[in-house]
Write a protein that binds this ligand. Structure first.
Ligand code: ZZB
Length: 257
């Protein structure tokens, strides 16, 4: 499976990292198959109970991602020694919650790290960037936090951190310019834990979006989604804001878990 890893820079460090990492560039690194949707990022998801490595790359950046992803990275061009990832420490997802981030291509200058309970730590990097306009899971999970004060309180999330509207970036025939919102509403999906319905919604948005979707962001008007993907991916990589990331087929978990 070939992902793009997008780097969301931490604008503030968690308490446990403040001393040791004050002068380092630290990034939450999210694995995505949808580079062209990075214009629509409103937040980043982490698993509160997840354990994340502070992985030092060959260029001395610090990447926050799962141990498994760090190990895979060390076999690509990111570590000095093949198969020997340098681990500078660990943090839990909980410690990352509420931290401000800068997300490449997002019109929101600051977005926040928020809790998602359905993250799989054995897929991608265990960090997921959120595009509620086009990803049903993201739309629903963000709605859960907006609608449920208790849930926010439990994780120390404030209203300001979730006060982000989905951004229209792709126009899809019949689904409009906020496909995930349309589909979640018409399927009456009420929680991020509606796993089955969300899988169906995701499938629909993926397929229809990929073949029939057109970009509506400035400068990319009318470019087909399937053509935009590589254009945006290459642009992000060139700017140092993303890298290619492969994981071995055998470890890939099926599309719906
Ligand atoms: C941004 C994005 C925008 C995504 C979109 C999807 C969509 P798949 O097909 O199941 O492999 N993801 C990545 N890693 C994880 C993880 N560990 N746990 C849970 N979700 C994860 O799905 C790959 C997508 O699942 C990735 O692409 C990521 O979300 C998420 F508009 O990144 B995506 C219709 C989907 N739209």
């Amino acid at each position: 499976q070939e992902y793009t890893m997008v780097k969301l820079q931490l604008k503030k460090l968690p308490e446990s990292m403040k001393e040791k990492f004050a002068d380092r560039n630290v990034y939450l690194v999210a694995a995505t198959l949808r580079a062209e949707t990075m214009f629509g990022q409103t937040n980043c998801w982490v698993l509160p109970k997840g354990e994340y490595w502070l992985y030092e790359t060959v260029t001395k950046e610090v990447w926050v991602l799962s141990e498994r992803a760090a190990t895979n990275c060390s076999y690509q061009e990111f570590s000095k020694e093949m198969g020997k990832p340098v681990c500078l420490g660990t943090v839990t997802g909980k410690e990352l919650l509420g931290l401000p981030l800068s997300a490449p291509l997002s019109p929101y200058e600051t977005v926040y790290a928020l809790p998602l309970m359905t993250i799989k730590m054995n897929k991608g990097t265990g960090v997921v960037t959120s595009v509620p306009s086009d990803a049903p899971d993201d739309y629903r999970a963000l709605q859960d936090l907006k609608e449920n004060a208790e849930l926010r309180e439990k994780y120390g999330i404030t209203e300001e951190m979730v006060d982000f509207d989905p951004i229209p970036i792709i126009e899809i025939p019949e689904l409009g310019n906020l496909a995930a919102v349309t589909v979640c509403k018409s399927m009456k999906i009420k929680s991020q834990h509606s796993v089955k319905k969300l899988a169906q919604a995701k499938e629909l948005c993926y397929t229809k979006g990929f073949y029939e979707g057109k970009m509506i962001v400035k400068g990319m008007e009318d470019v087909l989604v399937k053509d935009a993907k590589d254009i945006i991916k290459d642009r992000l990589i060139k700017e140092g804001k993303a890298v290619n990331y492969c994981e071995p087929e055998s470890e890939v978990i099926g599309r719906n878990g």
